[in-house]
Design a protein around this ligand. Structure first.
Ligand SMILES: N[C@@H](CCC(=O)N[C@@H](CS)C(=O)NCC(=O)O)C(=O)O
Length: 211
């Protein structure tokens, strides 16, 4: 599908989440794909029925691709990745490998890292989830011990998993795990990540002036 692609995010967020809001994932994917896009906003403070109609949990991001709308960053990423072999091979085992790792990143890694992060920022330093999360990290270290990317070449699965890992990583949870720290750094060294990250920071910095 060609046409106008719009990423929707908040008009403003407090300083803490800047650089982490998940429109970053979509920006990054579209930068990798070389596809032009616009960024539109919904109010952070007043999430009315229009917002809920597009994202039933009142969250961001969501995507509009020439009238095709979808929410959930994972679904949006798969939609974008379906447009370019630069993010996901067109078929066969190679595509299956990417798909399984996308779901694993969301359903086997992020499903423990996000609750762990939530407890940590709520002040709970001794988390009952730490052992479970460490088991996941152990297995990911084994997978990535002899390869730079999950499926042999950079894909949307690396984009997603590295974005998931950097959240606990930035809180020190990857300290002593050089394989995973290097993996996240390798992803963040990509020009597309750096542009997406800088653009998100600039977006929210500009919004301060309007408040
Ligand atoms: N599973 C959703 C989670 C989206 C999410 O957590 N969005 C955050 C910003 S990164 C948000 O909107 N937070 C505000 C809230 O939950 O009310 C996805 O990956 O799209």
């Amino acid at each position: 599908m060609s046409g106008k692609i719009t990423i929707w995010t908040f008009d403003w967020v407090p300083p803490g989440p800047r650089g982490y809001v998940r429109d970053l994932r979509l920006r990054w994917a579209l930068e990798e794909a070389g596809l032009a896009y616009d960024v539109a906003t919904v109010p952070f403070d007043d999430r009315g029925p229009d917002h809920i109609a597009r994202q039933p949990f009142g969250q961001v991001p969501f995507l509009d691709d020439n009238g095709l709308r979808l929410f959930e960053s994972g679904a949006c990423l798969l939609h974008i990745a379906g447009k370019t072999a630069a993010l996901m091979p067109e078929g066969g085992q190679a595509r299956a490998d990417v798909l399984q790792w996308v779901v694993a990143a969301l359903n086997s890694v992020e499903m423990v890292t996000v609750p762990w992060w939530f407890l940590r920022i709520s002040g709970q330093t001794e988390s009952p989830l730490t052992g479970w999360m460490e088991q996941r990290f152990d297995r990911l270290e084994a997978v990535l011990a002899d390869r730079d990317w999950l499926t042999g070449t950079f894909s949307v699965a690396d984009l997603l998993l590295s974005d998931i890992l950097r959240v606990p990583g930035d809180l020190g949870a990857l300290d002593g795990r050089d394989t995973l720290k290097d993996y996240v750094a390798r992803n963040q060294a990509r020009r597309a990540w750096q542009k997406a990250h800088a653009d998100q920071l600039a977006h929210f910095a500009a919004s301060d002036a309007t408040r």
